[in-house]
Write a protein that binds this ligand. Sequence first.
Ligand code: SF4
Ligand code: SF4
Length: 112
Amino acid sequence: MSDSHCLSCGACCAAFRVTFDVSELEGEGGCVPDGLADRETTTLARLKGTDYARPRCLALVGEIGVAVRCGIYAERPGPCREFAPLAEVGVFGTACNRARARHGLPPLGAGD
Ligand code: SF4
Ligand code: SF4
């Protein structure tokens, strides 16, 4: 999340399991706080809360669809960084709109 739409959305932070390489963890020389992730395997870590039946990343602050922010924006892992650039250029892909639909939010298009 980084686009202005994202600051009043946050749906993707409460829709998908977010896994990333353990090397991104602070304890392994990366920057993602260790306390916000679980080890999934010896090589993969997962953001806490993203594997719940009703997923919501523990780092997400605020109310989805109203006003949100990432509590670890500068330290967020790769998958979060890769998802957001699409939103920065106004290209809201199917994953974005699928996440929004899960939270009852309308789809965003190229012109939004
Ligand atoms: S679902 Fe799309 S619009 Fe919403 S925060 Fe994620 S990238 Fe932004
Ligand atoms: S780390 Fe930040 S951007 Fe990534 S899922 Fe959690 S709240 Fe969203």
